[in-house]
Design a protein around this ligand. Structure first.
Ligand code: LMR
Length: 404
């Protein structure tokens, strides 16, 4: 738009064409909850782990590693676009197991959180196959589609979940994916699906691997909750299966939840190539894309992860605390499922989240009348509950639940 003023030179308004943007509804809940002065308010909004006291403490091993880092770090000089390579390598062994992690077909670099890994992977796909469509199940984490769209890729959704029954619509998903073309990307949650908590069975993962193999689809696995579902090893089973069976894959990893390093932004992107030569090509492109996106990832959190994974004692303590977190979430799942028949599927789902089959109006009513905060689509962060707040939660929720 050209703004003319008789006394001033012509000015081009560079930003007038921008569309107004709604603020992020999920992150907005943090501020709304904080501003609520009611004493019995319950925060089931953004996905952070909470302990029995409702706190999100720094994990013990993280605190100890931070003390060690403070004493031992002698330089803040740049590390390079790959970040802390040893940290990423030690993480790879947890994600993929020793054998796969050592394969010359696998390469990874540190990223700013899982979101950075998703964006870097999206940019890599766009560079390699600009016409690829990314297939995303509905519902999914609200940031998924924007990350891929902003990288310039087309996004289509496929069926995934039946909110009425709280179960997977696997047949619907496979039917929708019949329209995917060779070279398209299939975005998958490796475990602890956000927002539904619904996971594929081992037999369904087999079918997904077969679909990707026969149709030439690239699985892009988002693994943000390893250790918070069925256990550290079990939560990586699906990822390992896909990488063992397929020529190519991408894995975006987040240490936000399982190391509690949310604001330190620690993640990694791994790529699997069909040969060592292709993997080297992928690695070089990851580095050059990272250089143009953020140049180098933040170091502090990745250094903490490295120190923990290098020390047998800290590693054992981290695993023990993570296991306590997982056990607490699953105990809450059991208690919720037992509290109302409409919530029964929650017992068999995994991870921090569940989707309630309630309307947006009910979500607002629960917030305004009872001080119960959740995402607008009915997603609840189960870790935000306590055994003693479940009755209050159920009392407020029951009028809005379907009769079972
Ligand atoms: C969530 O799903 O609540 C978290 O992963 C926070 C986010 O970035 O959306």
């Amino acid at each position: 738009m050209l703004i003319m003023d008789r006394d001033a030179p012509a000015t081009i308004s560079l930003f007038a064409g921008l569309e107004p943007q709604a603020s992020d509804a999920l992150l907005g809940l943090i501020g709304l909850f904080r501003a609520d002065t009611r004493s019995g308010k319950i925060d089931l909004g953004v996905g952070i782990y909470r302990d029995r006291a409702g706190a999100t403490p720094v994990m013990r091993a993280v605190k100890e590693a931070e003390v060690k880092l403070l004493a031992e770090q002698t330089s803040k000089a740049y590390l390079g676009p790959e970040g802390d390579a040893l940290s990423t390598d030690l993480l790879a062994r947890i994600v993929f197991g020793e054998n796969l992690a050592a394969s010359d077909r696998l390469t990874g670099i540190q990223t700013p959180g899982g979101t950075g890994a998703l964006r870097l992977g999206a940019e890599l796909v766009r560079r390699a196959r600009p016409d690829a469509t990314v297939w995303i199940g509905h519902p999914t984490w609200p940031n998924h589609a924007p990350i891929f769209r902003e990288a310039g890729l087309a996004v289509l959704t496929h069926r995934f979940f039946e909110s009425q029954t709280g179960s997977l619509d696997f047949d619907g998903m496979m039917a929708d994916l019949a329209a995917a073309r060779a070279g398209d990307v299939l975005l998958l949650h490796g475990c602890c699906h956000n927002p539904t908590g619904a996971s594929f069975t081992a037999a369904q993962w087999d079918e997904i691997a077969a679909l990707c193999a026969t149709r030439g689809l690239l699985p892009f696995i988002d693994l943000a909750y390893q250790g918070l579902g069925d256990g550290l090893e079990q939560d990586a089973d699906a990822t390992r299966l896909l990488l063992e069976r397929l020529p190519n894959a991408l894995v975006a990893y987040s240490c936000d939840k399982n190391f509690g390093l949310y604001r330190d932004r620690v993640g990694a992107l791994w790529g699997l190539g069909e040969s060592a030569a292709i993997t080297t090509l992928m690695h070089g492109n990851m580095l050059s894309l990272a250089r143009s996106l953020w140049s180098m990832p933040p170091d502090h959190g990745a250094a903490i992860v490295r120190i923990i994974l290098q020390s047998p004692d800290l590693r054992t303590d981290w695993r023990a605390e993570l296991e306590q977190m997982r056990t607490r979430i699953n105990a809450l799942r059991g208690a919720l499922a037992a509290a109302h028949p409409a919530l029964a599927p929650i017992a068999h789902q995994r991870g921090m989240f569940a989707m309630l089959s309630i309307t947006r109006a009910a979500v607002i009513a629960l917030r305004e009348t009872h001080g119960i905060y959740m995402a607008g689509n009915g997603r609840i962060n189960i870790a935000g509950l306590r055994l003693d707040t479940i009755p209050t939660f159920i009392a407020g929720l029951t009028p809005h639940l379907p009769i079972v």
